[in-house]
Write a protein that binds this ligand. Structure first.
Ligand SMILES: Cc1cc2nc3c(=O)[nH]c(=O)nc-3n(C[C@H](O)[C@H](O)[C@H](O)COP(=O)(O)OP(=O)(O)OC[C@H]3O[C@@H](n4cnc5c(N)ncnc54)[C@H](O)[C@@H]3O)c2cc1C
Length: 490
């Protein structure tokens, strides 16, 4: 059995890499013959970096990025600072790094793991039956068909896979288009995400750490400018001058574009043997820099479920939990980005009260912590499937706990395997790890020393780093029941 992933953006690349890591035969089809030179998303959030950490590739990207731990909002002559530091994560910041670098990292990993990447291969047709999916693929040499047991559409906002499935993409476009550019300002700005909120709109200037910044500008006065009109340095300077009250002007501009942001979500993430992830499943305002991050987190949720399905050990409800778990997260991402967008590019009344309300909101520790955790992806908790037993913290993200394994000091994220469950047993006799032996092809059982959450002695971690089950002094029967519920009979 095999899987075809359609679209080699960040979502498709990490998904294909995970599938290949588990030994699945995977082909990645990409319409573009050349690599993209567009730099789009500029930030990686803590949860994405944690997922990279579990795959041993976080340090490589952190070395290429710039750690930002503060949002400094300038609004109506006032400054408000929002602390982005995450006490609960090894990655206590937002990492600014161009999307092209993240894609290059994920592509190197996918190639190393044996993914077949075919460029210049555009999917134009799709048919599925009980046993598999047949794709029609157009390339320079003509059309041919390819067949696989499962297909995942990670082919972006204008997804052909989604259209061929007939799945609706409900939502709407925003009125104000966005100017996007990489710029070097005349004067250095603080090492923070720097939003400026003015009467005409909003400008966001996160730093790359080398004197260059990403400029993202919503300027209400440009609503009638055609989308295909190139962005000149003069136009950008004029917008920035008005919105930042003369504080920012651009000395150099390396790249720019103008695009209309949308707020849409696929009505379904799964139709039979075909699934949707990333921008093919949801698009929203770049406010909050959540697009690419949410796509990568979709892939981490889906990969192991597809592996389980393909290997034949998935309980019959498991693959459906992909939509059950990730559709609400996508919906919430749309809501959060929409809220920030509305506050920023707001109608007159909101604009008048905004300088008074926002600083107060930010000063309420609980509000800013909730916002920080939402945007970073750290607060995602999945509902317990009714087929598995209840226990403390089910569905929660597992902290990167310090542990000792085979006499070596380590961390939980170094032990988690993104393709298999991990069972941690802290008891002296190791009865849980022993009971898990028959599931060794799908569960990595380890005896460790350390404190597990909620005083548990046994912790079953899903391959995407969420709690599957935990217990204090469980008997072998309970361990077997938990493993059978999640991973089928041994
Ligand atoms: C101009 C712009 C600026 C952005 N800025 C930000 C930002 O600041 N922060 C942020 O978080 N997000 C931003 N985004 C969104 C972010 O880039 C996306 O969320 C992210 O790229 C999604 O990754 P993906 O892999 O799901 O899809 P994509 O990156 O879109 O990749 C889809 C891939 O599928 C390929 N493909 C399409 N159709 C087919 C087909 N029929 N057959 C085969 N291959 C196909 C495409 O060529 C493409 O390579 C921006 C997007 C745009 C357009």
């Amino acid at each position: 059995m095999s899987v075809i992933v359609v679209g080699a953006g960040p979502t498709g690349l990490i998904l294909a890499g995970d599938l290949a890591e588990a030994g699945t035969d995977v082909t990645l089809l990409e319409k573009r013959a050349e690599e993209s030179n567009l730099t789009r998303a500029f930030a990686l959030h803590a949860r994405t970096l944690e997922l990279f950490d579990m795959r041993g590739i976080a340090d490589e990207i952190v070395d290429q990025g710039f750690e930002v731990s503060r949002v400094r909002v300038t609004m109506g002559g006032r400054e408000v600072a929002l602390d982005l530091r995450h006490p609960e994560s090894r990655f206590r910041y937002v990492l600014t790094v161009a999307q092209a670098r993240t894609e290059a990292l994920l592509q190197r990993r996918a190639e190393r793991l044996g993914v077949r990447i075919r460029r210049g291969a555009e999917v134009v047709g799709l048919d599925q039956d009980e046993d598999g999916v047949t794709l029609t693929v157009r390339s320079r040499t003509g059309s041919h068909t390819e067949r696989a047991a499962y297909v995942v559409g990670t082919d972006g906002a204008h997804s052909a896979v989604r259209s061929l499935l007939g799945v609706g993409f409900s939502g709407r476009s925003y009125d104000t288009h966005i100017l996007l550019a990489d710029v070097r300002p005349e004067r250095e700005l603080p090492p923070a995400i720097n939003p400026y909120v003015g009467p005409d709109g909003l400008a966001l200037l996160p730093p790359y750490g080398d004197g260059w910044y990403r400029a993202i500008v919503w300027d209400r006065s440009l609503e009638d400018v055609p989308l295909d009109q190139p962005v000149s340095r003069e136009e950008l300077n004029d917008s920035l001058g008005r919105i930042t009250d003369g504080e920012v002007s651009v000395a150099e501009m390396s790249w720019s574009t103008r695009f209309l942001s949308e707020r849409r979500q696929a009505d379904h993430y799964r139709v039979g043997r075909v699934l949707l992830a990333g921008d093919a499943a949801h698009v929203h305002s770049p406010m909050g820099a959540m697009g690419m991050n949410t796509g990568i987190q979709d892939a981490a949720n889906l990969a192991w479920k597809l592996v389980a399905q393909e290997r034949g050990w998935a309980p019959d409800w498991l693959l459906d939990t992909y939509e059950d778990e990730r559709h609400p997260v996508g919906r919430q991402t749309l809501r959060v980005t929409d809220f920030i967008q509305r506050m920023a590019v707001a109608p007159g009344l909101v604009r008048a009260i905004r300088p008074h309300v926002v600083p107060r909101l930010v000063r309420v520790g609980r509000v800013s912590a909730a916002m920080r955790r939402l945007v970073s992806g750290l607060s995602v908790r999945y509902r317990r499937p009714e087929q598995v037993m209840d226990s403390a913290s089910v569905g929660r993200r597992v902290d990167d706990l310090p542990l000792v394994h085979e006499g070596e000091t380590t961390r939980l994220y170094e032990l988690v395997d993104p393709t298999r469950f991990t069972l941690l047993d802290t008891t002296r006799v190791g009865a849980s790890a022993e009971a898990a032996r028959p599931w060794a092809d799908r569960v990595r059982a380890l005896r460790v020393v350390g404190d597990l959450p909620e005083g548990a002695d046994a912790l079953l971690v899903r391959p995407d780093g969420h709690v599957a089950w935990s217990a204090e002094r469980p008997c072998a029967e309970q361990v077997r029941a938990a493993l059978t519920a999640w991973t089928g009979t041994a």
